[in-house]
Design a protein around this ligand. Structure first.
Ligand code: PEP
Ligand code: MN
Length: 365
């Protein structure tokens, strides 16, 4: 899936003084006062490099507040003139792009509900041809890395070089802790495919609730994200959209002060200890694979035995027993239960595959 995208580094288009980029501001622009007061609050706290505000709001259900539209764009201009903060808005149609440009919006982002649709993304790409504006692309609502990558290919194909990826998590069918499941591994995979594209964490839309913002922000920083986009509102409880996840500028500053930003690079003292620990991991991983290989050879013998005695591959009772005992053993070893469960699902799937293969071979004479 490697595409060669021509991307300009983040710091060539925005100066963050070497710190992670922070885009902050309300979920939605609601009124001139609300935008100005929030922007002033951020400036007074000395936080934020960019002011965000949704002007056109893609709402899951009709009847919710759908944004102020064009009317709100001059409010952003005013906020920028007063605070010096460049402004960012979400665009979902060519008309949004045109209006955003007309009112001097500095940065555009494509929302998660737009990234899912290649027709929409292509329309946006066509509308962006010839523009020199940074475009941030949120991950699609469903956990599909290829859709996210495809959106970058389309927008880059229109000649946009100032690109960034926003990881906002993925919608989940069941009621779980976070509003959107982070599925960090998808963002990490994205980063390994496109190390040149800045990765920006959106803890607000992952969390859904203020209480979870700090842990998600810390996680993004621990994974070396290049920046964050966090919703901030002068009076979060009164917000017209996403009230439960927004913070006042002062609370946002407090939250950020509790976050450790770790260095991506390290000095030579750390290097040798790091090398030593990594070597131990290399060694242990090798042993893990050797154990797996031994396990597979027993699986193969078991497959032959079942075949020769005409017994089906899958015995549900046995699988339930395996599942339960491994969960208990993992617990006793203080391993994360979900990891143990996933691991054994994979191992079991592979055992079934192997035994089915053996079943379909003629017995050795
Ligand atoms: C937003 O940033 O306010 C927004 C609508 O986000 P998403 O597209 O991630 O749902
Ligand atoms: Mn929002």
């Amino acid at each position: 899936m490697k595409a060669n995208l021509d991307v300009q580094p983040l710091h060539s288009w925005i100066d963050t003084g070497g710190k992670p980029l922070l885009i902050a501001g309300p979920c939605s622009a609601e009124s001139e006062e609300q935008v100005l007061e929030t922007a002033r609050g951020l400036a007074a706290q000395g936080i934020g490099h960019v002011l965000r505000a949704g002007v056109w709001k893609p709402r899951t259900r009709p009847g919710s507040f759908e944004g102020k539209g064009e009317e709100a764009l001059p409010w952003l201009q005013k906020a920028k003139a007063e605070t010096g903060l460049p402004v960012a808005v979400e665009v979902a149609t060519p008309q949004h792009v045109e209006l955003a440009m007309k009112y001097g919006v500095d940065i555009l982002w494509i929302g998660a509900r737009t990234t899912v649709n290649p027709f929409n993304v292509q329309d946006l790409a066509d509308a962006m041809k010839g523009l020199d504006v940074p475009v941030l692309i949120k991950n699609p609502v469903n956990p599909d890395l290829a859709l996210w990558v495809g959106a970058f290919e389309r927008i880059a194909g229109a000649g946009i070089k100032k690109l960034g990826a926003i990881h906002r998590g993925f919608s989940n069918a069941q009621e779980v802790k976070y509003r959107n499941s982070p599925m960090w591994q998808i963002a990490v995979e994205f980063k390994s495919l496109f190390p040149q594209i800045p990765l920006i964490g959106d803890p607000s839309h992952m969390a859904g609730k203020r209480a979870y913002l700090a842990e998600l922000t810390q996680r993004a920083m621990d994974l070396n994200y290049d920046g964050l986009i966090i919703e901030s509102h002068r009076n979060p409880d009164e917000a017209w959209s996403d009230a439960a996840q927004q913070l006042t500028p002062a609370a946002l500053k407090d939250m950020l002060e509790g976050i450790e930003v770790r260095q991506a690079t390290y000095g030579s003292d750390f290097q040798s200890e790091l090398d030593r620990l990594r070597q131990r991991l290399d060694h242990l991983d090798r042993e893990l694979l050797e154990v797996l290989a031994s396990r597979m050879s027993v699986v193969e013998q078991l497959g032959e035995y079942k075949r020769d005695n005409n017994v089906a591959v899958l015995q549900l009772d046995r699988w339930k027993q395996v599942h339960g005992s491994r969960a208990d053993w993992g617990k006793a070893l203080q391993l994360y239960p979900e990891m143990v469960e996933e691991l054994f699902k994979l191992i079991h799937m592979e055992s079934i595959r192997k035994q089915t293969e053996v079943m379909n071979q003629a017995p050795a004479k």
